[in-house]
Design a protein around this ligand. Structure first.
Ligand SMILES: [Zn+2]
Ligand SMILES: [Zn+2]
Length: 383
């Protein structure tokens, strides 16, 4: 390998300090970056590598000292030599995007820009769907309206008014990117930004199509049928691939996510595929047993109450819950029975309760109003 004058390559004096070396390198790297020289890519790349090599030696105090002492440019002498990947992260034979490289050069001072030709997936859309408990339990088919973007028929998608066409953006000369130089206390910072005039398109529309306002697309509403599976619950998501926003530069469309909300039911509480229902029964029915009618999602059913049923006893109606998602089986309905104590009774009914109490061996003196009044009377007479 022929001896190279690294100082000459970077255009700095032999006694240049690290700041000067760095500055010179930045300037040249910008100038010779292959992406900045699309017409002369090969030559620029060669030069760019040479600059990188020079910088890798001169920016390293050890390597620089040896270079200064021996005057040799043979990178093999310097150990690992110069590898572009050390510098540019994942850059291999292909250079990353122009902005990516400057990000590593200047740290946070640059702004990452998106290349205009990069295919991007469209944004996902979310649709909140409210359904009834019955629909969730047994499944349903719902018709919903979703936005769809169609190619504008007026301009055939170009965005330019009929009879006109796009032209190259004068601000960025069609590259879609502009360089912004800023003076900061750290020195000059150069960032590559998406051209604001053409938004990175590289082309501008002078006479936009009136139908689509120059976007080339028109938003329409389309009604689609959505199949709700039996057993879905609040928070479940349904993904409809490709029904989101359209992609850019040939990228795929996003997805439409249908998020399920099951409305509160006036009678039932739900937990998984099980339902819970609170049911009141009369005192005689609880004592003597019998039959009662309870609601289910499919109408009323008869339920047996055994004699001597206590309050808060839970009966289970097997298979009367919701379907289990993805299964042919169903959960259960749990009926919690509360014994209703009558609040108002006529004299005859009260008499019968007294008789019942007596029959059951209760101390009649300690039951009811009579006892209560006697106590009050006693307390008065004692004074
Ligand atoms: Zn149009
Ligand atoms: Zn532009």
């Amino acid at each position: 390998m022929a001896n190279k004058d690294y100082y000459q390559i970077l255009g700095v004096k032999k006694d240049a300090n690290q700041d000067e070396i760095k500055k010179a390198f930045r300037k040249l790297a910008l100038k010779y970056h292959p992406d900045a020289n699309p017409d002369n890519k090969e030559e620029a790349e060669k030069k760019f590598k040479e600059i990188g090599e020079a910088y890798s030696i001169l920016s390293d105090p050890d390597k620089k000292a040896r270079y200064d002492q021996y005057g040799t440019a043979d990178t093999a002498d310097f150990g690992a030599g110069f590898d572009f990947r050390d510098f540019y992260g994942e850059g291999t034979s292909d250079f990353g995007s122009f902005s990516d490289i400057f990000e590593s050069f200047f740290g946070g001072a640059t702004h990452r820009t998106s290349r205009r030709d990069r295919a991007r997936k469209g944004a996902d859309l979310r649709y909140n769907m409210e359904i009834t408990l019955e629909e969730a339990a047994f499944g349903a088919e719902k018709k919903i309206e979703v936005p769809v973007w169609e190619t504008c028929t007026t301009c055939k998608g170009s965005g330019a008014a009929p009879g006109t066409s796009k032209r190259t953006c004068p601000d960025c000369k069609g590259t879609g990117e502009i360089r912004v130089t800023q003076n900061t206390f750290l020195g000059q910072s150069i960032s590559i930004q998406t051209c604001p005039r053409c938004r990175g398109e590289g082309q501008i529309i002078e006479d936009p199509c009136k139908t689509c306002q120059g976007t080339g697309k028109v938003k329409k509403r389309k009604s689609i049928n959505v199949k709700i599976l039996a057993g879905v619950d609040s928070g479940h998501r349904l993904r409809l691939a490709g029904l989101g926003e359209p992609g850019e530069n040939g990228g795929p469309a996003g997805d439409l996510f249908i998020v399920i909300y099951v409305k509160k039911h006036p009678l039932f509480k739900r937990s998984g595929s099980d339902l819970y229902y609170d049911h009141k029964i009369s005192l005689p029915k609880a004592v003597l047993g019998g039959e009662t009618t309870v609601p289910t999602l499919e109408g009323k059913v008869k339920m047996k109450i055994p004699a001597g049923t206590q309050s808060d006893t839970v009966f289970r109606l097997r298979g009367k819950g919701t379907y289990i998602l993805g299964s042919k089986n169903r959960g259960d309905e749990h009926v919690k029975v509360t014994v209703e104590i009558p609040k108002k009774l006529n004299t005859q009914a009260k008499k019968l309760i007294y008789e019942l109490a007596q029959e059951m061996g209760e101390d009649i003196e300690k039951i009811g109003e009579k006892n209560f009044f006697e106590k009050v009377k006693d307390s008065f007479s004692k004074r």
